[in-house]
Design a protein around this ligand. Structure first.
Ligand code: 5CU
Length: 398
């Protein structure tokens, strides 16, 4: 039987939840008298409902229920068994360590990565993990940033000593100035040298003002369905425009949610690059130079080439239409797509939820159905997407 590998599956180890329980700013965990589970409040868009719930005990609860699925390894294993998942590559969920102080980020990253490694050791062949880096979202002074950069490089070296680490999970803020920040280059270079792929995942979405004054009436739909994918799209477009992929051609990235909107917008991005007079003039000038920059400009690859050479996409897009676009964008066939569930997010709700350990998650079935509709049940392509690609690319002994 071909393996089913879930590469997009998160957990918050207990020490992380302890941290959130002491906080008054996002991200945080709060208990409310009307809720059996504590509430996990992560997103900026959840702040108005948090404030209402703090002021009025009868107001709807903010955030999401912090069920055992977020923290418990037995719950993760039951979920895997229920959905026929052979192996999971688990990662810390957003917003990772972004909010920590420079002093805390390094030691906390080390503890959390060791905690993931210990989980994997206890379940050989079943669990691997993407490590967390102590990337913090506070620009600080130049010397503070240098120190943070050094801490991150040390963390990468530490990850190379953990036998079940298969890459790292990364948000889009980098050292506070995004992933096109030149200060990220040594980090990407070090990850490429260590053969640690980057699983890029959104958290911040779009500014809440984009969603208008009624956004709160629409629950999580706008931030999660649109904000998250746009954030990923913008982050990768910025890396592409800054030449990061050319500068670090050994870098491999796996993009969450099938690359946001990149498969659909790559043509438009490429056209805007080619038809921008300012960029064209700068490129012509640079290309005339005999230095490294001239060489880079002369050899500029298109976004399509980068997508087909350095990028993998997860298959967490819930529809065969998006999945076929993802397959087309990253090359012929399905060789660069990898199945995921986004567990513990998107549990069954309302009447479909019974809270049992072995309940079926409809959100998982949507992603399985998308693979089957796009590539055919039992087809070689479906097997690649459901597990073989991940097993090969991430060297999983499944
Ligand atoms: O429901 C959500 O907010 C999320 C989230 O925060 N992170 C994620 O990976 N999926 C859904």
């Amino acid at each position: 039987m071909a393996p089913i590998v879930d590469i997009h599956t998160h957990m918050y180890p207990p020490e992380y939840i302890d941290l959130l329980s002491t906080r008054t700013d996002l991200p945080l965990v709060r208990t409310f008298p009307s809720s059996p589970d504590p509430r996990l409040i992560l997103l900026e868009s959840e702040l108005p409902s948090l404030q209402r719930a703090l002021a009025d005990p009868s107001a709807p609860l903010p955030g999401r229920s912090l069920t055992k699925h977020f923290t418990s390894l037995p719950a993760k294993l039951s979920f895997m068994a229920r959905h026929g998942i052979t192996t999971s590559v688990v990662s810390l969920a957003n917003p990772w360590l972004d909010f920590l102080s420079p002093e805390d980020a390094g030691p906390v990253a080390k503890r959390i990565n060791e905690s993931f490694e210990a989980m994997c050791v206890a379940h050989p062949g079943k669990l691997f993990f993407f490590g967390a880096l102590p990337l913090i979202n506070t620009p600080g002074t130049e010397s503070a940033q240098d120190q943070t950069q050094q801490t991150i490089l040390t963390a990468i070296t530490h990850l190379t000593t953990l036998p079940h680490c298969r890459g790292i999970i990364l948000g889009t803020s980098g050292l506070g100035a995004g992933l096109d920040d030149p200060r990220m280059l040594p980090i990407f270079t070090s990850l490429a040298a260590a053969q640690l792929p980057v699983f890029l995942h959104p958290h911040y979405g779009l500014p809440t003002s984009v969603f208008g004054p009624r956004a709160d009436d629409y629950g999580h739909v706008l931030p999660l369905a649109l904000g998250f994918p746009m954030e990923t799209t913008v982050a990768v477009a910025r890396m592409f425009l800054a030449g990061v992929f050319d500068a670090v051609d050994g870098l491999r990235m796996i993009l969450a949610h099938s690359g946001g909107t990149l498969p659909f917008l790559a043509g438009r991005i490429e056209s805007c690059v080619v038809h921008d007079a300012g960029l064209a003039a700068a490129a012509a000038k640079a290309a005339g130079k005999g230095d490294g920059e001239g060489e880079r400009v002369r050899k500029r690859r298109t976004l399509w080439e980068v997508l087909r050479q350095q990028i993998y996409l997860d298959a967490v897009v819930y529809s065969d239409v998006g999945l076929k676009a993802a397959a087309d964008a990253t090359g012929a066939g399905a060789e660069r797509l990898m199945f995921g569930t986004d567990h513990p997010f998107f549990p069954p709700v309302g009447e479909k939820a019974d809270g049992a350990d072995d309940e079926e998650w409809e959100s998982v079935q949507w992603n399985v159905d998308a693979v089957i509709r796009a590539f055919g049940e039992g087809s070689k392509e479906a097997e690649l997407v459901l597990g073989v690609n991940a097993a090969t690319v991430l060297r999983l002994d499944v």
